[in-house]
Design a protein around this ligand. Structure first.
Ligand SMILES: [Zn+2]
Length: 343
């Protein structure tokens, strides 16, 4: 505090010595304080988290024990690091931004698929945060029985993208939505047509009766170049274990669209705002610890921004303003005197 920034080498040395479990405890401590202060609100009565795999760095030259390998089109071997991250998505109190917390990550190991990594992460997260979320959002990779059953056995629900039109559940739902008139709805000023097919019995491997929701969305954009209104459409299909009583069709559509928060507000900000794609020390534990340290900083910063700053102070000032103000205050703190205190 009040001194110069430590060098990149020092940061590499520090994160190589830190214990990942201690950093995870730090993240848990911040979560716990916010939870006890009732600062982490549900989204329409549900506690929601999102899970996704993410590549954090790649190199042709350097590798370590934790590196994954792939061969590129020109025959070169590339080394890279990937992890699965879990982010908690919370509702926002009136007049305040939403709080999102990066709770944990698990490095993907060489030779294993993302699903295996995700289940290892979930085992740890569910033990540490048994009541943090009710429903988990994920992409199409997770629309598989082992993932859905794992969550159901822990009394959690899943809401995942369903892409593969060859799947029995997809075909069954498609047969039904061809015969059913859609519900009219709207999402984010888009006009929508929704089909909601509950109690699908065509997936015997899944303990429970999955439900498929489809949303056809219509909106227009006006590109700056042509200034002509251009119609756009999107067609989404999701699979969920949430019943109709737990979440209405509209709620499923709103929650499902939050899946991108982990990319837009999580991974993108970590890279662009926190330079978290930089490898300070190419060693598996150092990479994991640096990311956990970045998660801790991200959580504290956003909790401060959303919950501590008064709305009238926040108004008209960007996030970047607060980042610079905090950095300036940290570095402007007076150096502690190195002379001995008088007796
Ligand atoms: Zn490596």
């Amino acid at each position: 505090m009040g001194g110069r920034l430590c060098s990149a080498d020092s940061l590499g040395r520090i994160v190589a010595c830190v214990d990942a479990a201690t950093l995870r405890q730090g993240i848990h401590h911040v979560y716990d304080r916010l939870k006890r202060n009732k600062a982490l609100r549900d989204l329409d009565g549900l506690a929601v988290a999102v899970l996704d795999g993410h590549e954090t760095s790649a190199s042709y030259r350097r590798c370590c024990d934790g590196c994954l390998k792939r061969t590129t089109n020109n025959g070169q071997t590339q080394f890279y690091h990937r992890n699965v991250t879990l982010m908690l998505l919370c509702g926002s109190p009136p007049g305040r931004p939403a709080v999102r917390l990066l709770l944990d990550l698990e490095p993907q190991r060489d030779g294993e698929g993302e699903l295996t990594t995700a289940l290892r992460l979930l085992e740890r997260v569910l033990a540490a945060y048994p009541r943090a979320f009710d429903v988990l959002l994920a992409d199409a990779l997770y629309a598989v029985a082992p993932f859905l059953n794992f969550l159901l056995s822990h009394e959690k629900d899943a809401l995942v993208v369903l892409k593969d039109a060859r799947r029995d559940a997809y075909q069954d739902a498609a047969g039904l939505w061809a015969q059913q008139p859609p519900q009219q709805g709207s999402y984010n000023s888009r006009d929508c047509r929704w089909w909601d097919i509950p109690d699908l019995r065509s997936w015997p491997d899944v303990k429970g009766t999955p439900r498929v929701v489809r949303s056809e969305e219509f909106w227009t954009v006006k590109p700056q170049l042509t200034q002509e209104e251009t119609p756009l459409t999107a067609n989404w299909v999701w699979l969920t274990t949430l019943s109709v009583a737990q979440a209405r069709t509209e709620q499923i559509v709103r929650l499902a669209h939050l899946r991108w928060d982990i990319e837009n507000q999580g991974f993108n900000e970590l890279v662009n705002g926190w330079h978290a794609d930089h490898v300070y020390r190419h060693q598996p534990q150092a990479i994991e610890c640096f990311l956990l340290l970045a998660f801790l900083a991200y959580n504290i910063f956003h909790a401060f921004f959303a919950l501590n700053l008064k709305p009238e102070l926040r108004r008209g000032r960007t996030l970047a303003f607060w980042v610079q103000l905090i950095a300036a205050e940290i570095h402007a703190l007076p150096r502690l005197s190195s002379t001995a205190a008088p007796p």
